[in-house]
Design a protein around this ligand. Structure first.
Ligand code: PLP
Length: 375
């Protein structure tokens, strides 16, 4: 799996320009790559914070030297709360936010933080939706929880958060209307909490946005969408490498002839053809150990050994074992044993998961460096 540094740099620049134009803050989700080299590029480009999904990722980002970490999740494990208390809240130069979605979770935070004498922990009330993951389901629940937070000596209410990226919808056109409905619900919740005087520090934070619907988030939860001042924080992660599948289809900022500075896929999987045991079947040297297949199979982009010889449209990865791929090819195609193929992948997180080191290559595939991952 190789990475193209000029594309990574272009994607980071495109997203940072998008956020600046929209007047929103970006806390890139670091879980995509968990790479100190990529994190440094994102911080240099003006990221407001880095986002983590788990206490483990919080510790890794802390070790990368990140000053402000947003844990886009609830924090309920007592050893993890104690670690945050002793390593982050004790240090005035560090900033940390996490979610709460229940009185039980709040009580655990309060018990673990009581009497520490450190700065108070900033929390965002998480909103969810029916059959979704964590998060208060109703504005009444959020209000009850926010009132309890406002009475606490250990935590303070910094804002609200939610995640629209997993709303798949019940029919082809449903996702966008269901995403919009959830974002409207978040909007109303923020206004209700504000009207109740529950935010001790203005402007409150409203955070949502993966890499598929951040345009909708800006429209529905951006600074111009509210009758009060807000700080809108996007948490997009996969934009950084983009892909040849899910995000190529869903990102509002994908490269196109009309958007030449848009996001492009920076990952490419290289493999050789091991065998052509049947005229329309090749067996190639990669498998599910090397590339994600959870969203869809990788797509063959090019034959590096015979760039002009074939139209790749007829190639289809139809199966993978641990280390083998089954690729259907047109029976008349010229592909041969030993040819090197380049493939695009879908869902970048699964690609970075599988590699501790990814070479950085020039457009001519000379290796000019590398990035490491800590997943
Ligand atoms: C809570 C949360 N925020 C942000 C993101 C980032 O979204 P994406 O992976 O589409 O960039 C995710 C991804 O799963 C997430 O779970």
């Amino acid at each position: 799996m190789v990475l193209k540094p000029e594309i990574i740099a272009g994607n980071i620049a495109a997203m940072s320009a998008f956020c600046q134009n929209a007047n929103v803050l970006l806390a890139p989700h670091a879980k995509t790559a968990m790479s100190p080299e990529i994190t440094a590029l994102q911080m240099d480009a003006g990221a407001w914070a880095m986002t983590a999904a788990t206490p483990h990722q919080v510790r890794v980002l802390h070790a990368f030297g990140v000053q402000r970490i947003l844990l886009a999740n609830v924090l309920v494990d007592l050893p993890a709360i104690a670690w945050v208390r002793d390593h982050v809240l004790s240090d005035p130069s560090k900033d940390f936010l996490c979610y709460v979605d229940s009185l039980a979770g709040l009580e655990r935070l309060e018990n673990a933080l009581a009497g520490s004498g450190h700065q108070r922990l900033g929390v965002l009330i998480e909103l969810g939706y029916r059959r979704g993951r964590t998060g208060c389901r109703t504005i009444d629940e959020a209000l009850t929880l926010a009132r309890a937070v406002s009475r606490s000596d250990a935590v303070w209410l910094a804002g609200i958060a939610g995640f629209e990226g997993l709303i798949r919808g019940s029919s082809e056109n449903a996702p966008i209307s269901e995403v919009d409905a959830f974002l409207d619900h978040m909007h109303d919740c923020l206004v209700a909490l504000h009207d109740d005087g529950l935010f001790p520090v203005e402007p409150p934070i409203v955070s949502a946005g993966g890499s598929s619907h951040f345009q909708r988030v800006v429209e529905k939860l951006g600074p111009t969408a509210f009758p009060l001042a807000v700080r809108t924080v996007l948490r997009s992660g996969c934009y950084v490498s983009h892909d040849h599948g899910l995000y190529a289809e869903t990102s509002p900022l994908s490269w196109s002839l009309t958007n030449p500075t848009g996001l492009r896929a920076a990952l490419e999987l290289l493999c050789s053809v091991w065998s052509r045991p049947e005229p329309d079947l090749i067996i190639a040297g990669f498998g599910r150990r090397d590339a994600p297949t959870d969203d869809r199979m990788p797509v063959v982009l090019r034959n590096h050994s015979a760039p002009q010889s074939d139209d790749m449209a007829g190639y289809e990865v139809v199966g993978v074992n641990d280390q083998h791929a089954f690729i259907r090819v047109p029976a008349h195609s010229l592909v041969g044993v030993g040819d090197v193929l380049g493939l695009g992948v879908s869902h970048p997180c699964g690609a970075f998961d599988r590699w501790r080191f990814l070479p950085l290559v020039t457009p001519d595939y000379d290796v000019v460096g590398g990035v490491t991952t800590y997943l």
